[in-house]
Design a protein around this ligand. Structure first.
Ligand SMILES: Nc1ncnc2c1ncn2[C@@H]1O[C@H](COP(=O)(O)OP(=O)(O)OP(=O)(O)O)[C@@H](O)[C@H]1O
Ligand SMILES: O=P(O)(O)OC[C@H]1O[C@H](OP(=O)(O)OP(=O)(O)O)[C@H](O)[C@@H]1O
Length: 250
């Protein structure tokens, strides 16, 4: 996408929870966006700015495109950045927390596990599980990378991940997994499924971020256009780290 001359390519969510507020961020930066050629088109523009191109993508696609440098700037959740991009700090820079899209990635176990409150308790369960049940503890999640990193930091290796792409909270009751790692915001889905968050089981406190790509082509006018965007947001009281951005622009 960034192949088109020296356009600054900004990716915004095309659907889902982050969509509306992401567009509002650009409006706050003085960049009102519009879709080109009807609602099914995935490209857009900033009114009156030929040097900026808008890419409408899903939140997780935005993380991918930032990693590969296909887009310069994107709005997406930190959870998706950390999950999707290997060695994310080397490939992208999270330059501004945007104050919406809040959700925690958590480790949750059945309420019925009355002796299990912490990751240390879970470690004990994992250690005895194989001997007692003839199989490893199963964790249902779509957050493979975050789960593996978090469990490794807690010294827990005796488990197996069961891929879950939907209704993760239902996996324990359905007998597909023993516990889950998933996103929660109000907590009501966990409660409805009789699951509880471990006391030290918050893997990540996520929210939408403005993310810039280290691998994108920052030549021509792209760095200048991005700098102006970030300064405008900063002027609108967004907590932009201009210093982090300058480190990317070089
Ligand atoms: N209650 C919630 N459930 C799931 N995600 C949430 C919630 N609240 C905020 N988010 C955040 O919203 C982002 C995902 O948004 P959404 O589910 O709309 O994306 P999506 O369009 O489904 O993306 P994709 O189709 O690529 O998975 C994540 O960064 C996530 O942390
Ligand atoms: O803590 P809560 O406020 O209950 O929110 C958490 C739930 O919301 C999301 O699911 P959703 O039903 O929105 O569908 P999705 O997984 O397809 O995004 C998420 O996957 C959790 O299941």
């Amino acid at each position: 996408m960034s192949g088109s001359g020296n356009c600054l390519v900004i990716a915004v969510p095309s659907k889902g929870r982050l969509q509306e507020q992401a567009a509002a961020v650009l409006t706050a930066a003085g960049l009102p966006i519009e879709k080109l050629g009807g609602s099914r088109n995935y490209r857009g523009r900033v009114i009156g700015r030929d040097d900026i191109e808008i890419a409408f993508l899903s939140a997780s696609e935005i993380a991918h495109e930032l990693a590969t440098g296909q887009v310069h700037i994107g709005v997406t959740g930190e959870d998706l950045v950390r999950e999707t991009i290997v060695d994310s700090d080397r490939r992208v820079s999270l330059v501004c927390r945007l104050g919406f899209g809040h959700a925690d990635v958590v480790v949750a176990v059945p309420d019925a596990w009355i002796d299990v409150h912490t990751m240390e308790d879970l470690d004990d369960v994992a250690a005895g599980f194989l001997a007692r049940h003839g199989r490893r503890l199963r964790i249902a999640t779509k957050y493979w990378t975050l789960t593996q990193g978090f469990f490794a930091r807690h010294g827990i290796a005796l488990y197996r991940i069961v891929e879950s792409l939907g209704a993760t909270e239902g996996a324990p009751a359905a007998g597909k997994a023993d516990l889950i790692v998933d996103i929660t915001s109000t907590g009501s889905t966990l409660v409805a499924n009789h699951l509880k968050i471990l006391q030290d089981g918050v893997v990540l406190r996520s929210e939408a971020n403005l993310v810039i790509s280290r691998g994108a082509d920052w030549s021509g006018g792209t760095a200048g256009a991005a700098r102006a965007l970030l300064e405008a947001l900063s002027g609108s009281h967004y907590p932009v780290s201009l210093q982090a951005a300058e480190a990317v622009f070089g």
